[in-house]
Design a protein. Structure first.
Lengths: 319, 356
């Protein structure tokens, strides 16, 4: 996925001379995850540059650069270090177009290496998606694999609205065969990763791979699961969500973020509004717990496991 | 007394003393009609500010933050910019907006509660939306300046903020980034001594302009009630920025004669003596005396300005009265360039009723 993200940035820098890439250590080092490796050498220090350690500043200069006609693609070094930027993102990046009655655009992408599963230290395993999804004016996307990471990042950079781009760190090194292409589902559309008719697993990011594994396990028990990769948390693909409910009648939502007011709550509520009559069982959630993200030694006890996902599916199927 | 009240600081740039006498080189490179225009803009601004206070009391505007006393700091600095430069205001810079030619009725849509901070055209006006989160606009100015520099444009950005804003992290991040990137930006602090009810001495323990050295940029202390001095130091900072010299921090010592906003009572936290002292340093009286004494303006010019101001604010009042609530569709019209499908049902509900 790292190479795919790098290619998306490289292509954007090549195709649009107004694209800028910046953040902490993104220059010569190529970022702590090497997503920007080689870009400064290829495109120069004016278009790919290091910033001081100033997350609010990084987000804030995106506003000014946008007003000056640039397309900023900023990197936050880690999920847990992105919070100082929240004020600029919530108060300005999300609201500027509306504040100016559409006379200005904020074509900004904020890339944030996110989520857990990498045996990281404290502040390196956060799931910040709800903060952004709850902020009107932003789009929020999460790729689950390399090919879609390329597509989503290319689409995010081309988007006239600000996009919070959450990269699942635990999938950075996952390989996926295929050709990098922008063609495919746009932002705002979910993607069915596996067909099934007994239950739909609704998920995103690194949990897509885990749900696919769980679906394999369940298939051996003759429980056929559809796996829906949301990709885009805002806008949410209500159409595909409702269609999945109509088809399978049962839904389990899986995410790493804590349960309370996580995306699972929103998805369950939307299903009630959109497709209640098709439900054959309550919507269940398999999520992180409502506790601070744990240290490495405990993180797999915290993250949704194949066992927890499978158990939830068995429960709704036997309802 | 606010600790900034009369700093006999050797660094203070002052060209005209409070009694109107020249104490420095008042030839700042402006022609007589431009010198008169500075006075005219300050008179127009003050008349507008007082009208806005009245309109608020009459229920025609929502909460309003008056700027009376700060006309020189705002008009002098805005006047020093070129048309293509870009201003990033906080929420008390209506006088700067007047000096920049921003459509005032459009601007006041904000204070009427008709729209948020950018109902005028910020790109055409080269004046960013009214910015309320303290100090956040300084970072925007730095970003815009960085972008202009990448384009090789001979322009600069000017951010207005108050003394209280210098306590915010965003002030620090903006100043540091501006200096690191050599951004053509002017960081203009209007030190009016008070952050709502908190005096400067409780806000910060050292001189604001002196912080510039730590960031690696020049810092200037100017008498913010001396319009020529403000013009002069801003002009120099702008020229320096345009020539690739990087940012400048300007601390303009001034005073907010009124309350922080119509929602507070300034007599509760500051003394009448202090206010009286600053009334004697009034920026308009001072400059008027100077222009009359130097023969650049006469009483009839001043009378003309007053007449113009009276007529103009009457037009503004009429313009504001005509501002009704926008249609409900506008709740949704500008949130996204391409509104998500999921918003469509909400839009119908808001415009056609709950069954829509």
């Amino acid at each position: 996925m790292v190479a795919a993200l790098n290619a998306a940035l490289r292509d954007a820098l090549t195709n649009d001379p107004r694209t800028l890439v910046f953040g902490e250590d993104v220059g010569e080092l190529g970022g702590v995850y090497r997503v920007t490796e080689g870009l400064q050498r290829a495109f120069g220090t004016e278009r790919v540059f290091n910033t001081p350690i100033a997350e609010a500043g990084i987000a804030g200069i995106c506003v000014g650069l946008s007003l000056a006609g640039w397309r900023p693609v900023a990197e936050m070094q880690f999920d847990g270090f992105s919070y100082p930027a929240l004020d600029q993102i919530v108060s300005h990046i999300a609201k500027y177009r509306n504040r100016t009655r559409g006379r200005t655009s904020m074509p900004i992408v904020i890339r944030i290496p996110s989520f857990g599963g990498i045996r990281g230290k404290e502040h390196h395993g956060e799931s910040p998606e709800t903060y952004y999804a709850h902020t009107a004016g932003l789009k929020v996307v999460v790729p689950s694999g390399a090919l879609d990471a390329y597509r989503l990042l290319a689409l995010a950079i081309a988007d006239p609205d600000p996009v919070i781009f959450l990269e699942p760190k635990s999938r950075y090194w996952a390989k996926e065969q295929g050709e990098l292409a922008v063609d495919g589902p746009p932002i705002g559309r979910a993607w069915i990763r596996r067909e099934g008719d007994a239950c739909t697993l609704v998920t995103y990011g690194a949990m897509v791979a885990r749900c696919l594994e769980a679906a394999e396990v369940l298939a051996r028990e003759r429980i056929s699961c559809r796996v829906l990769d949301l990709r885009s948390l805002v806008p949410l693909d209500l159409h595909t969500l409702a269609e999945s409910v109509r088809k399978t009648g049962r839904v389990v939502v899986v995410h790493e973020a804590p349960r309370t007011l996580g995306m699972g709550a929103e998805i369950a509520a939307r299903i009630m509004e959109e497709a209640f009559d098709y439900l054959e069982a309550p919507v269940l959630r398999v999520t992180g717990y409502d506790v601070p993200y744990p240290p490495a030694a405990l993180e797999q006890r915290y993250l949704p496991s194949i066992e927890r996902i499978s158990a939830a599916v068995r429960r709704v199927v036997s309802h | 007394m606010a600790m900034h009240e009369d700093p006999h600081d050797a660094a203070l740039v002052r060209l005209v003393a409070p009694d109107g006498t020249a104490v420095g080189d008042t030839d700042v490179g402006l022609k007589p009609d431009e010198l008169r225009d500075l006075l005219r803009l300050m008179i127009l601004s003050r008349r507008l500010d007082r009208e806005c206070m009245a309109l608020q009391r009459q229920g025609e505007l929502t909460v309003y933050p008056p700027f009376e006393g700060q006309e020189a700091a705002q008009v002098g600095s805005a006047f020093a910019l070129e048309p293509d430069d870009f201003v990033f205001p906080s929420f008390r810079e209506l006088a700067a907006a007047v000096a920049r030619g921003v459509d005032v009725v459009e601007y006041l849509q904000y204070h009427r509660g008709v729209w948020h901070g950018g109902p005028f055209d910020p790109i055409a006006s080269r004046f960013a939306p009214i910015c309320v989160p303290v100090a956040t606009q300084i970072v925007h100015a730095v970003g815009w300046a960085m972008g202009a520099r990448l384009d090789g444009l001979p322009v600069c950005a000017l951010a207005y903020f108050g003394d209280g804003a210098t306590s915010e992290g965003d002030f620090h991040e903006a100043a540091n980034m501006a200096a690191v990137f050599g951004a053509p930006a002017i960081l203009l602090c209007q030190n009016n001594g008070w952050a709502i009810s908190v005096p400067l001495r409780e806000q910060t323990a050292g001189p604001i302009h002196a912080r510039a050295e730590g960031y690696g940029m020049p810092g200037v202390l100017v008498d913010g009630n001396d319009v020529l001095a403000v013009y002069s130091v801003t002009r120099a900072a702008a020229e320096r920025a345009r020539a690739g010299g990087g940012p400048t921090l300007i601390e303009a010592l001034t005073y907010r004669m009124g309350p922080h906003s119509t929602a507070d009572d300034a007599t509760k936290y500051r003394s009448a003596d202090e206010v009286r002292l600053w009334r004697e340093r009034d920026p308009i009286d001072r400059y008027l005396k100077h222009l009359l004494a130097s023969g650049i303006a006469d009483e009839s010019f001043v009378a003309d300005c007053e007449d113009e101001a009276k007529e103009w604010v009457a037009d503004v009042r009429a313009g504001i009265a005509s501002l009704g609530p926008p249609p409900a569709e506008e709740l949704f019209a500008f949130a996204y360039a391409e509104p998500p499908e999921s918003l469509e049902r909400d839009r119908r509900s808001a415009t056609d009723g709950p069954d829509g």
